[in-house]
Design a protein around this ligand. Sequence first.
Ligand code: B12
Length: 307
Amino acid sequence: MNRAPGDGLSAGEVARRLGVAVTTLRSWHRRYGLGPDQHEAHHHRRYTRQDLSRLEVMCRLTGEGMPAADAARAALTVHPLESVERPRTGSALSARAGGGNTIPVGGAGPEARGLARAAMRLDVATMSSVITRMIGARGVVHTWDHLLRPVLAGVGERHAAGGGLVEVEHLLSRTISETFAAVPRPAGAPTPRTLLASADEEQHTLPVEALAAALAERGHRSLMLGARVPPGALAAVVGRVGPTVVVLWSQAPATAAAGQLNGLRGTPLVVAAGPGWPRDGLPPSAARPASLGEALDLTLRWLPTAG
Ligand code: B12
């Protein structure tokens, strides 16, 4: 949309611009007074640039996990209403913003709800800042378990229930990949001793990207082959690099042919990670972690202490 909001934007235009539902805008207006500043009787309300700025603050803060009432208060402080009486406080302000179109995150905290909202709005900047902040404050493993996993599982749940949300899933995945890749890799570390890959035809990679970032936090580089690694290619890299640890991710049984692990026999630690791998039929020496934390601990046990 090219028109500047000089003449005012309709609620639909504002909703599209901000990536929220029109019903959410109405609810923010009704509950918190974050509506169009100027309102002429018998005319549709038009949102000015000032109104839009206020709503942008509201979106950013709720995206970062701030409760809607607090975010509204902050938005009104940054860009106060000039010509309209500031509406109600108290019980109306403590109500939560609706929107209906949400990703379930179970009992996860406000950051997860904020990330889920930002993902629904396709708001990459907020997604990225929420994830980066938690990684900085709590580390990769905590961020994976308490922020990313609940939101990813919620996206999967919504998708399985009714299809759709593919664009949300893609953008969220890409943003997670980028934030993991931005975790600083230790400079001058020796050749990586850990090889990370997703199984043959396996497109899911985020869990191994999480492990690479968690290892980097502990001072270890790893070699990441990424998605859909054919067994021949995996064996070739193992032959060239001679890693101490190989982690192979399978998300679903369709990509979990046990034969892929055969070419890894000379590797001291082979980790068959992910829910795809069968309970039986894997080489007995293959480790089967139950979580990112466990996969990290297993791997670290085989690596020299990082200096
Ligand atoms: C993001 C995503 C994608 C992205 C992946 C992007 C990327 N770069 O990874 C894209 C869009 C590519 C994708 C594609 C597909 N996807 Co997908 N996807 C997901 C989603 C939403 C998250 C995946 C994820 O990272 N999960 C990781 C965590 C959140 O889940 P977890 O497996 O429960 O993890 C725990 C354990 O594995 C354990 N663990 C044990 N060992 C280890 C080791 C380590 C290192 C770690 C970190 C954890 C760990 O701890 C984890 C918790 O931390 C899931 C939903 C879900 N619930 O997972 C669907 C999901 C996995 N996908 C699904 C499907 C069907 C597909 C497609 C087939 C869709 C299609 N029709 O094309 C394709 C797959 C094609 C292929 N051959 O691989 C299904 C799988 C169903 C099944 N079991 O067979 C799911 C469950 C969605 C659903 N409910 O239907 N997907």
